[in-house]
Design a protein around this ligand. Structure first.
Ligand SMILES: Nc1ncnc2c1ncn2[C@@H]1O[C@H](COP(=O)(O)OP(=O)(O)OP(=O)(O)O)[C@@H](O)[C@H]1O
Length: 346
């Protein structure tokens, strides 16, 4: 069994509570991204899962097996998991191929089977032709792929990734994202993935755990996290958008929520209720129009096919972004049409 159960997991370094009673239930074969600002505890959680640290409180189960608690500590190598950490040591005295096949050698797998497996995983991670190189002759990204190939060849049921794509250029990143999806489909391994990069998390994961100050503040599908953030920090951290003060006057829940923004009535999504709220408005739901919410252009940045306009909603300090085909010079008065928005839960 390779589901992961984390119960009330707590880790304290001196005065820093790096993890504060974390609970997580990750089904077998799931792919979970841990997302959050620097210092929120992502790496600490991963290191505890890997067995590089011991918890101060709480427990970790892989299937029915307790691997960490106040009393229990299963050593990293006895957890039978794959680890692709940025700083994860490869054997420096072995070449890439020797590093990759190491888990099979220790299991005394026949040589021809090892050779066939090696060919296969080299293809998956895109390292064909480099297998004879020594580790110090490989770039950071290539070393990470060696580490990934080693997990694949070992058929790890649980694989932990710490920013595995951070050292790769854009094109290689894209092809590795594809490779990871593919690996996941083929192996059914349970994967936990730490990243700073929200686009990567949205593209890869089936669940995202957003962390802040040692806590999981929202756990949901990428779509839930993006379209219905539970609090301001999630709304600000994931995707672009602006939080605009508004007054909810009717509706919400199953029905559209009617709000007033700068004197204009709008229908958006949100829970039922009335009173002062803040609404998240994302660029893809906004456009410059003949009529709508009055605003002033503050800044315009050319971003390839579009001009990203930063607008201040009149009568507020709140700013929103719009991707517009043409440029509008800062200082111009405009109207914003709003197709959709999300009222932050009170
Ligand atoms: N060995 C340690 N000793 C003392 N404090 C630590 C140690 N490891 C982590 N911390 C602290 O615990 C908190 C969480 O750190 P962690 O590395 O888990 O964050 P992170 O979310 O992975 O950050 P980043 O995205 O910057 O890597 C931080 O405040 C960090 O300074």
């Amino acid at each position: 069994m390779s589901n992961i159960r984390v119960h009330e997991l707590t880790k304290i370094f001196g005065k820093t509570v790096a993890l504060d009673h974390i609970n997580l239930d990750l089904p077998q074969g799931s792919f979970t991204a841990l997302l959050g600002p620097s210092g929120c505890g992502k790496t600490t959680l991963l290191r505890l899962l890997a067995g590089f640290e011991q918890p101060d409180e709480g427990s970790i189960h892989f299937g029915d097996r307790c691997v960490a608690s106040e009393r229990e500590h299963v050593a990293p190598e006895a957890r039978h998991i794959g680890v692709v950490f940025q700083s994860y040591a490869l054997w420096p005295h072995m070449n890439a191929a020797e590093n990759i096949v190491y888990p099979l050698k220790t299991r005394k797998v026949p040589a021809e089977k090892i050779a066939a497996k090696l060919e296969e995983v080299l293809g998956v991670v895109g390292l064909k032709g480099l297998e004879g190189r020594n580790i110090e002759q490989l770039s950071g990204g290539q070393r990470q792929r060696v580490a990934l190939a080693r997990c694949l060849i070992a058929d790890s049921r649980i694989i932990l990734f710490d920013e595995p794509l951070a050292n790769l250029d854009m094109h290689l990143r894209a092809s590795m994202v594809e490779a990871l999806r593919d690996i996941r489909e083929r192996t059914g391994a349970t994967m936990v993935y730490v990243t700073h990069d929200q686009t990567e998390a949205l593209a890869l994961a089936d669940k995202i755990a957003v962390m802040e100050k040692g806590e999981i503040i929202q756990f949901g599908t990428p779509e839930e996290i993006y379209t219905t953030p539970g609090r301001e920090s999630v709304a600000r951290f994931v995707g672009r958008g602006g939080l605009v003060p508004a007054r909810q006057i009717a509706g919400g829940g199953d029905k559209p929520a009617r709000i007033l923004v700068a004197g204009q009535e709008l229908d958006v999504r949100g829970y039922g209720g009335q009173g002062e709220v803040r609404v998240l408005l994302r660029p893809e739901d906004l456009s410059i129009a003949e009529a709508g919410v009055p605003a002033t252009v503050v800044q315009s940045i050319y971003r390839g096919p579009v001009h990203e306009l930063r607008l201040r909603i009149d009568g507020t300090d709140a700013e929103v972004l719009i991707d517009n085909r043409s440029n509008i010079i800062p200082g111009s008065a405009v109207y914003v049409a709003v197709k959709d928005g999300w009222i932050l839960p009170r």
